[in-house]
Ligand binder design. Structure first.
Ligand SMILES: *Cc1c(COP(=O)(O)O)cnc(C)c1O
Length: 360
């Protein structure tokens, strides 16, 4: 197991400034004092594991990641419980997914133990940056790995950098949970069989930006992607997985394959029966969604991911159609599942599956 050498920052932010930033952190704008790093080469494997001051990278302009996007990332949160202790939510699942993404992007494997050590050591070093118990705030961790070798040839890079940065984040729904409207894009797809849809890689996000603009142009908040072959089967929203609640108490979500295997998705499927729902993973057609929203047999729709937890979806727009989900308000089951997951994460509800891992 790798040990991370800790070199504390010589210029941590003064407490008053930190508190001012943490009062309104937003998402992804405020960063802690430290970062975790390690470097890989074919000869030495992983080396130089350290927790040090957050600082800029120095990259040659030919660094492969800048040209060919050989990069993957993860996203997970640390929660402060009422007694002050700090907890991660299912970090082993992030480590496992990071390994699967690495394989798909021809990046080196970083073992689970090293992944867990890097995030826990960083959190210990930046403990004051973990928001207080009581709200929906948390510390968001962003592990990532990229091709830092300077070389313009197309092949897996021979120098890779691993890094973890952290930022305190607000709950995304400060003024109460409100629903979003999705644009069903038939111009753009995010994934195809054999592609990188199931890997958490930056390239998937680069190609999603044009679709996001298209959604905005149609007055929608985010995109709902359909499959790349028939343009008929629902996939996901590009940062979140999608769920439907039906009148006969099923919780339906598109099956795995080209979608990203969300940890929130998996957690919600496992909590379903505690809410009187039967979890179902299967193909869902756009035709089915439109019909069942119209005839009322789909009663709620929501999206799920680490950043926003659960976001109610109140309607869909697409080329030549518009559907409303139920009465256009966030659904009861949606809100109950959201509350349940948040309560487990913040230590207010029993953790029946042993999902929480103590850090400090
Ligand atoms: C990260 C991500 C999700 C959500 O995954 P979680 O593990 O629940 O955070 C969904 N879709 C895409 C494309 C993602 O990158």
């Amino acid at each position: 197991m790798a040990t991370f050498t800790v070199v504390p920052s010589d210029s941590p932010l003064p407490e008053a400034e930190r508190k001012a930033l943490m009062a309104e952190p937003g998402f992804g704008r405020v960063f802690t004092d430290h970062m975790a790093t390690a470097v890989w080469t074919p000869e030495a494997g992983w080396s130089d594991h350290r927790i040090g001051k957050l600082q800029n990278f120095s990259l040659h302009p030919s660094a492969a990641v800048l040209h060919y996007a050989q990069e993957i990332f993860e996203g997970l949160k640390v929660y402060r419980h009422a007694d002050g202790s700090l907890w991660l939510f299912r970090p082993e699942a992030n480590a496992a997914r990071f390994a699967r993404s690495a394989e798909r992007l021809a990046l080196p494997l970083l073992d689970e133990e090293t992944f867990l050590t890097s995030v826990t050591e960083l959190v210990r070093q930046d403990e004051p940056w973990v928001p207080a118990y009581g709200g929906e705030e948390s510390l968001y961790l962003r592990p990532f790995m990229f091709a830092s070798e300077g070389f313009l040839g197309v092949r897996p890079a021979a120098e890779i950098t691993y890094c973890v940065i952290a930022c305190p984040v607000a709950g995304l729904f400060q003024g109460g949970v409100s629903g979003v409207r999705l644009w069903v894009s038939t111009n753009y797809t995010r994934a195809a069989p054999g592609g990188t849809g199931a890997a958490k890689c930056g390239g998937n996000y680069a190609s999603s930006l044009a679709a996001q603009l298209e959604a905005r142009d149609h007055g929608c908040d985010q995109v709902m992607y359909v499959d790349g072959v028939e343009h008929e089967w629902l996939e996901e929203s590009g940062t979140m997985n999608m769920f439907m609640v039906t009148a006969d108490h099923e919780l339906v979500t598109p099956g795995l394959g080209t979608i990203l295997e969300g940890i929130t998705r998996d957690s919600i499927l496992r909590l379903a029966d505690r809410h009187g729902l039967t979890p179902v993973e299967r193909r869902v057609s756009l035709t089915e969604l439109r019909q069942r929203c119209a005839d009322g047999t789909v009663t709620e729709v929501f999206a799920a991911g680490t950043a926003a937890v659960i976001t109610p979806i109140i309607g869909f727009n697409g080329d030549g159609f518009e559907v409303k989900v139920a009465d256009g308000e966030p659904g009861k089951t949606t809100m109950a599942l959201r509350e349940h997951l948040l309560d487990i994460q913040h230590g207010r509800a029993q953790d029946p599956f042993g999902w929480m891992r103590r850090v400090l």
